[in-house]
Design a protein around this ligand. Sequence first.
Ligand code: GRF
Length: 186
Amino acid sequence: KNITILISGSGTNLQRLIDCIVTGEIRNTKINKVIADRECFGLERAKKHQIPNQLITRGKDFSDNLEKAIPDNTDLIVLAGFLSILKSEFCEKWNSRMINIHPSLLPKFGGKGMWGHHVHNAVIEAGEKESGASVHFVTTGIDEGEIILQGKFDIDEKDTAETLAEKVHQVEYEIFPKAIDLILNR
Ligand code: GRF
């Protein structure tokens, strides 16, 4: 099966997926392309592993260019820290074949503006007892699609947005490869 991974950031989840394909934790899968919407370290990771990659900057023709950039043989699109909002036509076309990872226990702390440290600050301000990450199908509603897998941990009094971000990442490294293997090899 072929997956196309979309990123905007450092790409530690991308790295984890690359590694899990090597170890066989994700079975029968190839990353056919990595696409970024901005210059980011994740693109360097793709280059280092000789994975075809493309930078598509945001602007007038962003959606069309993105659409054209998805290889014909893609089975699943994986959003791994991708910060652009996708057009609804694109989401509908890839309905049930596109997934995202989100750094909270959805449906809590999802939606517009809920990314990165904004999520972790909101979690702390709300006095939540636990946090975690969710892998879900992408639909036209932001962070609203069916949840595939979640992982969680207890929040400690001493936790800050930074420590939560680190703990959430550790959860993501567990559930993201599992979810992809589940979807592609069920
Ligand atoms: C992850 O926390 C993910 O949930 C969010 O963006 C972050 C990406 O981190 N959507 P990285 O680039 O994989 O390190």
